[in-house]
Design a protein around this ligand. Sequence first.
Ligand SMILES: C[S@@+](CC[C@H](N)C(=O)[O-])C[C@H]1O[C@@H](n2cnc3c(N)ncnc32)[C@H](O)[C@@H]1O
Length: 200
Amino acid sequence: MDEREQISILTRCLDQAYNILRREYYEMRPNYNYYPFIPMHSRAALEELIIAQDHFTKLGMDIRALRFLDVGCGLGNIMEIAGGIGFQSFGIEYNEGLIHKALFTTFKMDKKVLKNEMEGVFFGDAFKFNFYDQFNVIYLYRPVRDPVLEGKLEQLIENEMAVGTIYIANDKIKPIEKSSKFKVLLRGKRLPMWIKVKNS
Ligand SMILES: C[S@@+](CC[C@H](N)C(=O)[O-])C[C@H]1O[C@@H](n2cnc3c(N)ncnc32)[C@H](O)[C@@H]1O
């Protein structure tokens, strides 16, 4: 069995475990305006994050100095992968129960200095977060159920993030292909990965 197959098996097991926790939270806290915690497949996220890592490594940047942010991080499952790869790993989550289950350090939404922090979750509403410009990779997997609101959140993040940031938006609702502010990260790969190239 080659390494890829082994990774596949391990990530499937991991996703099953997350799904058990997910069901628990779905039953306890149904909220029909927002998606409950539904984990992105670990295998797919791992591949995307390795591509992001390669991009920065080719630019001669040290991954350990770069910040990753998962908007709507749930249990921090994707944060764990990003942190494992070497990024400083952060999340935003408004469901307190999920954050506590994940045992990440929690920050208030207005925390300004991240210099000494290597990981942690901002507790609160992603619409009220003011620091999207401080991250090198911004990741999301359809946090908001309502398509109009989801489009608004995507717009907010895309406006605020810094030039050079890698944007991974799985199951994105708002088309980005024609935006001159973003370029597809890997042509021909059909991945939901872009890089911000200009502000306006
Ligand atoms: C589909 S899950 C994605 C979990 C994880 N990012 C992944 O990819 O596996 C979406 C998460 O976004 C959170 N969420 C939804 N709207 C939010 C908001 N406005 N602010 C913060 N978190 C939000 C939900 O509580 C849920 O945990």
